[in-house]
Design a protein around this ligand. Structure first.
Ligand SMILES: CC(C)(COP(=O)(O)OP(=O)(O)OC[C@H]1O[C@@H](n2cnc3c(N)ncnc32)[C@H](O)[C@@H]1OP(=O)(O)O)[C@@H](O)C(=O)NCCC(=O)NCCS
Length: 347
């Protein structure tokens, strides 16, 4: 039977090799590029090193469970939590209980265990462990051009007809609207964001702590992806921020809204930041904007801004250990703030 213990620096080579076997060469290269940032530079990394567990058989690493520690605010209390990130078991050792052993170790060691964007096999494992599946995280899309609605499985004629019918609506939702306040881009989150977090965070039932240290690590220092951060100020006071990036997908150009924070009852603040992103997306020639949002207040503003719901595949599980929560806590995520920027989903 395998032993499970914490990762040590001399394990790095073995972990790389296992990653290559389970996820392939390209994913392993990307993992290496992210590794120092993701595991060593995380401001919430414990003093005794990265929160990674390995399953070993003698000298051989046969399983790996990496997690991303964060501080989590749950019903007004701050606790330690960790997103499960890179989990893998050697192909010849799968379906023999090692995954379950690793998942249970992680769960035992953290104040709250959180999982986002699950694979089919890990999703099955969470079901077997009877964890609360609180997902998927709702996904919404705003079309900016006719290309956004094109269906690859339809004929050219049918797509042309769809384009002609939807053009007036797309022009209406994609039109430019005024900003209420001053929006500008920044390259660093300063101490004002700590005060902003303190002011805003109690409005959420559950949310990862978004202080300046976390935001700089997550959105300024990430080595594998480049984000733009825009902030809204009204009368010189910080009213919110939004993080986004543009990318080319096989079916067109997309702007991804990755993270944001505004007081959820301040619809005008979020709408203004969304309007800023509209402008930036048009300037970048994007066909659509995509966003993931659990909070009902944010989703209401998104609908007002021309977004509509599409099928989401971003599964989400959560288990709070450090404090007692009733099972009703997991029944609705309408007051939680979880989005694409959480965990390591945007890679
Ligand atoms: C996910 C993973 C770590 C699970 O490890 P494992 O050692 O195979 O898991 P276990 O043997 O403890 O399996 C426990 C349960 O998980 C589920 N499960 C595991 N692999 C599965 C698969 N390929 N298909 C469907 N369900 C699966 C089953 O419910 C299984 O219970 P059962 O064997 O009684 O049916 C492993 O399958 C893996 O490395 N997968 C490839 C990488 C991956 O998908 N990582 C997750 C990224 S989110």
């Amino acid at each position: 039977m395998a032993d499970v213990d914490r990762y040590r620096p001399e394990d790095r080579r073995h972990v790389d090799a296992l990653y290559r076997r389970v996820f392939g060469i390209d994913a392993a290269d990307a993992h290496r590029l992210r590794w120092d940032w993701q595991y060593k530079l995380n401001p919430d990394m414990p003093a005794d090193g990265p929160l990674i567990w390995l399953a070993r058989e003698g000298q051989t690493v046969v399983g790996h469970y990496a997690s991303m520690p964060v501080r989590l605010q749950v019903k007004g209390r701050e606790i330690d939590a960790a997103w499960g990130t890179d989990v893998m078991v050697a192909p010849e050792r799968q379906r023999q209980g090692l995954g379950e052993l690793l998942f249970r170790t992680w769960d035992r060691e953290v104040g709250a265990a959180l999982g986002l964007g699950l694979s089919a096999s890990s999703s099955q494992l969470f079901t077997k462990l009877r964890w609360h599946n609180v997902g998927p995280v709702p996904c919404m899309v705003k079309p900016l051009t006719r290309r956004a609605l094109r269906r690859p499985e339809w004929s050219v004629g049918a797509n042309r007809l769809l384009s002609a019918l939807t053009l007036p609506w797309i022009r209406l939702v994609a039109r430019s609207r005024p900003l209420q306040g001053e929006v500008r881009t920044i390259r660093q989150f300063d101490a004002r964001f700590d005060a902003f977090w303190t002011r805003v965070s109690s409005a959420f039932g559950m949310v990862v702590k978004r202080n300046a240290a976390y935001l700089n690590w997550k959105y300024i220092q990430a080595p594998h992806v480049r984000y733009t951060v825009a902030v809204l100020e009204r009368d010189g006071e910080l009213s919110g921020y939004i993080v986004y990036r543009h990318l080319q997908e096989p079916r067109g150009k997309v702007t991804l809204v990755v993270d944001w924070l505004t007081p959820p009852d301040d619809q005008a603040a979020f709408l203004t930041l969304l309007r800023w992103v509209d402008r930036e997306s048009r300037a970048a020639d994007s066909d659509k904007i995509r966003i993931y949002a659990t909070h009902a207040g944010y989703r209401k503003a998104l609908r007002q801004s021309g977004y509509f719901a599409v099928k989401s595949t971003m599964e989400f599980v959560a288990k709070i250990n450090a404090i007692d929560v009733p099972s009703a806590f997991y029944a609705s995520t309408d007051m939680w703030h979880v989005t694409l920027g959480d965990s390591d989903q945007d890679r």
